[in-house]
Design a protein around this ligand. Structure first.
Ligand SMILES: Cc1cc2nc3c(=O)[nH]c(=O)nc-3n(C[C@H](O)[C@H](O)[C@H](O)COP(=O)(O)O)c2cc1C
Ligand SMILES: [Mn+2]
Length: 499
């Protein structure tokens, strides 16, 4: 029996999108060379339904591609529906409810995966000389890219040499040859840490990559949980059932049994190849490639009619913003709250390309702490920038929680009317950060430090627990009876909808 449902079975996830009008089953022939990427890009930018390409002009017959697996949805009352479906949650789940769900699972006991004998991912098995990655529909995503990217919405599986820690993590992989891939394994990311442990022993790192993974597993693999936390146990806690895993054919690792495509092999301890450039999550394609580790593929297993999900990175909103950003938000919310700071919500605005996180402050609790603005900024920076999740986000925007920080209109209004030039920004030149942020200087990229700030949109009165004034709006500027009358008469006035 295969695990079912949109959280734990990618095929069911695809079906749910089709059933709810949030995916289009494309029968027309489409080329994986730029065309699938262009369609997917336009889907993100127009908030269209996810494209399922069923008739591809390259790769073995049968393989399919799903674009924009976590793009924003056009379905009414379900903007975040495709994201919620990753966790088996109702399509109208709000970001706030989703974050609380993700944080609660961080505090629940992990639920270890269950090993099963076999599963759908073993329907087809290619080994040794039969492995030819060109048999898969490996797309060229943007014309500026230095190669074709197979892994843009899949995760790596690696395990420490002592077998104590298994890491699932999302990172891109580019086609390098018939049976090799190349991609980043940054030393601060868990794959980089575990790869180093094997290198220090002078051994290759046993590795697998899962494509078309259970959506909740993919999201967890894109979540900056602390080191030594197994993402598989987190997924079990999150979904309430152990993830069913099967043993790989060649290297003793375990992968979700109903995955669409599994690559198995090893990461070379010393060999590198040029990787990139690629259109990236901050919305730019830079020129030039970098040497990165080479992944050797010794076996490929896949479901019949396998579906390869792709993320065509670039300007928001794509999966780096919707999935990565959401998972960073949850992990950061937990870190800030656990430190006892008066924080009610944290949100990487999708529009900000994972370059800032807005943090909502309970001003009543803030006043109780007696903290001043600098003290609060330093405390937030100290807690967040020193954490695995805070390494990823260079800017923090502090704002009182009268603002719904998931509403970009409200956040922009607060930034414009509350941030004080010259005094409202605190910079942290020694804070460590991800070197991919576009505005970093050469020196900051080299040292891996700086370019990080906390911007305060808190007004002096808010540190004393007072509101700066009454927000002049429909909600705040009229008595109840007037608002009720206006809403009741809305259609009669001649407006199309109750609004
Ligand atoms: C669609 C998507 C693409 C990503 N691409 C990369 C990548 O290429 N390199 C990288 O280091 N992290 C990438 N990430 C972010 C990591 O998956 C994330 O930081 C995660 O926490 C890493 O796992 P770890 O915390 O176990 O190291 C991506 C995330 C998503 C959702
Ligand atoms: Mn991890």
């Amino acid at each position: 029996m295969t695990q079912r449902g949109s959280a734990l079975n990618f095929r069911d996830f695809v079906q749910e999108l089709l059933d709810t009008g949030d995916a289009v089953d494309i029968r027309k022939a489409v080329s994986p060379t730029l065309e699938a990427g262009a369609v997917t890009r336009r889907v993100y930018e127009t908030r269209g339904p996810a494209p399922l390409f069923g008739n591809l002009t390259e790769g073995d017959p049968g393989f399919r591609i799903l674009g924009a697996p976590a793009g924003l949805s056009p379905v009414k009352d379900g903007t975040y529906g495709r994201i919620a479906a990753h966790f088996g949650l109702p399509r109208d789940t709000t970001p706030r409810a989703l974050l609380e769900h993700l944080v609660a699972a961080m505090h629940a006991d992990p639920v270890a995966p269950r090993v099963v004998e076999t599963g759908p991912c073993k329907e087809n098995v290619l080994r040794g000389p039969d492995v030819d990655l060109h048999r898969l529909p490996v797309p060229l995503l943007h014309e500026q890219d230095g190669g074709r990217y197979l892994g843009t919405y899949g995760f790596h599986v690696v395990r420490t040499p002592d077998g104590q820690w298994t890491s699932w993590s999302v990172a891109r992989t580019m086609l390098n040859g018939r049976n090799t891939l190349v991609g980043p394994a940054m030393p601060q990311q868990h794959i980089g840490m575990i790869h180093r442990m094997w290198r220090e022993k002078g051994e290759p790192t046993p590795w697998a990559m899962v494509l078309g993974a259970p959506p909740a597993a993919l999201a967890a693999a894109g979540m900056p949980l602390p080191a030594e936390v197994d993402e598989d146990g987190y997924v079990g806690a999150l979904t309430g059932s152990p993830v069913e895993v099967v043993r790989t054919e060649t290297n003793g690792l375990y992968v979700p049994a109903c995955s669409e495509i599994v690559l198995e092999g090893w990461i070379s301890p010393d060999e590198t190849a040029p990787e990139g450039p690629m259109g990236e999550y901050h919305g730019y394609a830079f020129s030039g490639s970098k040497p990165q580790p080479v992944f050797h593929v010794e076996a490929v297993t896949y479901r019949d009619d396998a579906v390869l999900p792709i993320c065509v990175a670039g300007v928001p909103p794509e999966e780096n913003h919707t999935i990565w950003g959401t998972m960073i938000s949850a992990a950061s919310l937990d870190v800030l709250r656990s430190a006892g700071l008066p924080v009610t919500m944290a949100w990487c605005s999708y529009e900000a390309a994972t370059c800032w996180i807005a943090v909502a402050i309970d001003t009543r609790r803030l006043a109780g702490t007696g903290m001043g603005e600098k003290e609060l900024a330093d405390a937030v920076a100290g807690v967040l920038f020193g954490s695995h999740t805070g390494w990823l986000v260079p800017k923090v925007v502090l704002v009182a929680d009268d603002i719904d920080i998931t509403d970009i209109d409200q956040l922009v209004w607060a930034m414009a009317t509350r941030y004080h030039p010259g005094t409202g920004e605190y910079v942290y030149p020694d804070a460590p950060g991800i070197p991919m942020v576009p505005y970093l200087t050469g020196e900051e990229v080299r040292t891996g430090r700086g370019g990080k700030s906390v911007m305060s949109c808190l007004l002096p009165a808010q540190f004393e627990g007072r509101a700066p004034g009454v927000t002049a709006s429909f909600a705040n500027s009229f008595p109840d009876d007037v608002r009720r009358r206006v809403l009741g008469n809305w259609a009669e006035y001649g407006f199309p909808e109750a609004g």
